[in-house]
Design a protein around this ligand. Structure first.
Ligand code: NAD
Length: 344
């Protein structure tokens, strides 16, 4: 089987080569992202393998299907970059529903601790032999309230980590997890209560029409003064301009972003020699209480291995049985009980 692998990075190749070789899949790595201009590179391949910032819109899907490409293997969990409605009946789409929820949840806590204990400042100061502590006062996490929006795999691991720190958890999910609410230290509440009562808010829900800008000016208005916003899910969950305004007005005490609304042309690449056109991102990065990492929360050895193994299995299982448990479709929107054949 021949698969065109888009947006390839050096850290992708060892694990994909290993699992591909074991199962007879030949990956051709393209550094470019998949989009309308590059889609013809997939000519002659059985499938494409894509990541979070590849563009899989209707035009790309039409061209892939015209060229006889039968499979789109997402090597990630989120699928907001795929026009699932248009893909329905034209091409099969698989994803990696879970690889290491620990990778993302632990990165979220790393960002939170870095931010509130000013580790990012301390690192730079001590390299300059500046051992002054002024401006370094943080606050204890113990006893604070964290609002967790989205209590799926990553959200639940993050909740466990927060509980380890002695924090109280207010949770919100469109589909609450049975038995997670213990009526005491972990409680499901309305979004409004979560906004008004949380010291820290962490986003772990997917990006959908409903969750787009779930943190906007209105939401920030309802929050406590000094709230810390954590986003390691998808950029457009947060209205970046509203967040910037909240930072400027001191309503938001700190923000930690592993994802950004307009990240697709910037993140994962070295832009250090370029003039940044995005004034909102530049201003956010200039703030002492904002930490930005470039969508690296997933990047652990364990996650890379799991991603490659599951992606290869998705392709092989589908080629052999015409079914794949990790297939996505428009009708069920990737619900847990999605079964190939039933929906497609
Ligand atoms: P998951 O499917 O296990 O959990 C998502 C949860 O969000 C579910 O419980 C679901 O019911 C809930 N949800 C759905 N719609 C909602 C809504 N409108 N309001 C509130 N909650 C809603 O997914 P996961 O594996 O925990 O991943 C969560 C998100 O993390 C993914 O969607 C992805 O965007 C992001 N992610 C980021 C990285 C990274 O490197 N930064 C890596 C992996 C995943």
């Amino acid at each position: 089987m021949k698969i065109a692998f888009f947006d390839a990075k050096p850290y992708d190749k060892p694990s994909f080569d290993k699992y591909g070789k074991e199962k007879g899949i030949d990956f051709k790595y393209f550094e470019t992202k998949l989009n309308e201009d590059t889609v013809d590179l997939a000519h002659g391949y059985d499938g494409v393998c894509v990541f979070v910032n590849d563009t899989v819109n209707s035009a790309v899907i039409d061209r892939l299907s015209e060229m006889g490409v039968k499979m789109i293997a997402l090597r990630c969990a989120g699928f907001n970059n795929v026009d699932m409605k248009h893909a329905f009946g034209r091409i099969h789409v698989f994803r990696v529903p879970a690889y290491s929820p620990y990778a993302v949840a632990e990165h979220t806590m790393a960002l939170l601790l870095t931010s509130i204990r000013r580790i990012h400042k301390a690192y730079i100061r001590s390299r300059d032999f500046n051992f002054s502590l002024s401006g370094m006062t943080g606050f204890d996490l113990h006893g604070k309230t964290v609002g967790v929006i989205g209590t799926g795999r990553i959200g639940q691991v993050f909740i466990n980590i927060c509980r380890g720190f002695g924090m109280k958890v207010l949770a919100y999910d469109k589909y609450p997890v049975p038995n997670l609410d213990n009526g005491d230290t972990i409680r499901y509440v309305s979004l409004n209560e979560l906004f008004s009562s949380s010291d820290i808010i962490s986003l772990h829900c997917p990006l959908t029409d409903e969750t787009n800008h779930i943190i906007d000016a209105d939401a920030l208005d309802k929050c406590k003064r000094g709230v810390v916003i954590l986003n390691t899910s998808r950029g457009a969950l947060v209205d970046a301009e509203a967040l910037l305004a909240g930072i400027k007005s001191r309503k938001v005490g700190a923000a930690c972003l592993d994802v950004y609304e307009e990240e697709s042309d910037l993140f994962f690449e070295d832009n250090s020699g370029h003039i940044l056109e995005d004034d909102t991102l530049a201003r956010l990065i200039s703030m002492p209480n904002v930490i930005v990492t470039s969508h690296q929360a997933f990047l652990t050895e364990e996650a890379l291995e799991n991603i490659a193994e599951t992606t290869v299995n998705n392709l092989v299982v589908f080629a052999e049985t015409n079914q794949c448990p990790n297939e996505l479709c428009y009708r069920c929107s990737g619900a847990e009980d999605c079964k190939t054949g039933k929906c497609f």
